[in-house]
Design a binder for this molecule. Structure first.
Ligand SMILES: *Cc1c(COP(=O)(O)O)cnc(C)c1O
Length: 392
């Protein structure tokens, strides 16, 4: 589009961390101490996460993807096992199935919530199905009651990808306390950060023990688990092929400090979302995010859906116009099976029409607690400008 002044001089990213002096001090304290990795802060962080979400156990990992890999291992996913997930997610939600030589099966999304549709899950179940990996897309909890009841009926594990949903609730319960296993990510754009990091929360002791062993090469020192108890105090056994997926004490200490601020972070997100909703609710050209009544989203992402029939320009042109105004818009996500690797594995376009159509029409606006109300208003001004220009 034609001439314009950028609404702001500096580039506003779609998401970023909020680190304060207390966070910095907590990292420095570890650097001066005895342990840099797998010391006291790792278990303290795990206990804090478990307590916050209301789960019995939490096992930390070097990143959220490694945590999902661990969950697939613990759920017993193996050669050729089918696992149902959504295409409207980051590739990690499906890649973790491939790591275990399982087969991702994509079920389409609900057109209102953009979350995986339980009816579509049930349609995709075969005798080879072992688990479901639903994603709380943008922070809005999936239909957990429906999904868990399908899982019970067919004897499947539910591994909830809650990378977007720390601090969200479903029917009054915190996300992280409900599914068989729940994954949270601590990447800098997520609700709290450890640089890289992730966790699985669970109420199941068997999963908990498998996860601990998996993230440390498959090694155990637990006397009850050893095959040979005669060896001596130095002795440990590697009993299955695990990985080095451990979180450091440096990360965990940052995580402990960040977790103290989770409610503040989520409240800022909610406040900015209500400002966006108010500003956009009467614009015919865009749809604001639908929220169902069962859950309370923790708002990782704010996504607008364009009604392209009512707009002069394409999504790409509108996206570029916002970028030119220094608004760091993004698109979440490219359907997983559109990626060349998945295409090479034989996946084809057309299997999830709702997700494919959504992908053509969405733009993610900046949303993070460290942005200011002025930043929020800059985004609104830019969207207004671009949409007014686009009116037919
Ligand atoms: C961020 C994210 C992950 C992976 O987390 P990492 O910590 O970056 O490995 C997985 N699933 C979803 C939906 C995510 O947004």
């Amino acid at each position: 589009m034609g001439n314009f002044k950028p609404v702001r001089d500096s580039y506003l990213p779609y998401g970023r961390q909020w680190i304060d002096e207390e966070d910095i001090e907590s990292v420095i304290r570890v650097l001066r101490g005895d342990y840099l990795t797998t010391g006291p802060y790792v278990s303290e962080f795990e206990t804090a996460v478990a307590n916050y979400v209301g789960a019995k156990y939490a096992v930390s990992f070097s990143n959220g993807t490694a945590a999902l890999h661990g969950a697939c291992f613990a759920a017993g996913i193996g050669d050729g096992d089918e696992v149902i997930t959504t295409p409207m997610t980051f590739v990690a939600s499906a890649n973790c199935i491939l790591y275990q030589r399982g087969k991702p099966v994509f079920a389409d999304i609900d057109n209102k919530t953009y979350n995986i549709d339980p009816v579509e899950i049930e349609r995709k179940i075969t005798s080879r199905t072992k688990a479901i990996i639903p994603v709380d897309f943008t922070g809005q909890p999936v239909a957990l009651d429906e999904i868990i009841s399908i899982a019970k009926k067919h004897n499947l594990a539910v591994i909830e990808d809650a990378a977007h949903a720390l601090g969200a609730t479903y029917k009054g319960k915190r996300i992280g306390s409900i599914s068989d296993m729940t994954m949270f990510s601590f990447h800098p754009v997520k609700h709290i950060t450890t640089g890289e990091g992730g966790v699985i929360t669970t109420n199941n002791k068997d999963y908990y023990e498998k996860l601990l062993q998996f993230r440390s090469h498959g090694i155990t020192r637990d006397k009850i688990k050893l095959n040979d108890i005669e060896q001596g105090p130095w002795y440990y056994e590697m009993q299955f092929l695990g990985y080095n997926y451990r979180m450091t004490d440096i990360q965990a200490s940052l995580g402990i400090s960040q977790l103290k601020k989770i409610d503040k972070f989520v409240n800022f997100r909610k406040k900015y979302v209500s400002i966006y909703n108010e500003a956009f609710k009467d614009m015919d050209e865009i749809k604001i995010p639908y929220q169902n009544k069962e859950g309370s989203s923790s708002w990782h992402l704010y996504i607008i859906r364009l009604d392209l029939e009512k707009l002069k320009e394409s999504r790409k042109e509108i996206f570029e116009s916002l970028q030119k105004r220094n608004i760091g818009v993004n698109v979440h996500y490219i359907p997983v099976y559109f990626h060349p690797y998945y295409m090479k594995c034989g996946y084809q376009r057309g299997v999830c029409p709702n997700a494919e159509k959504l992908y053509e029409e969405i733009i993610t606006l900046p949303l993070f607690p460290a942005m200011t109300e002025d930043d929020v208003n800059d985004v609104i001004s830019a969207v207004n400008e671009v949409l007014i220009y686009n009116r037919k």
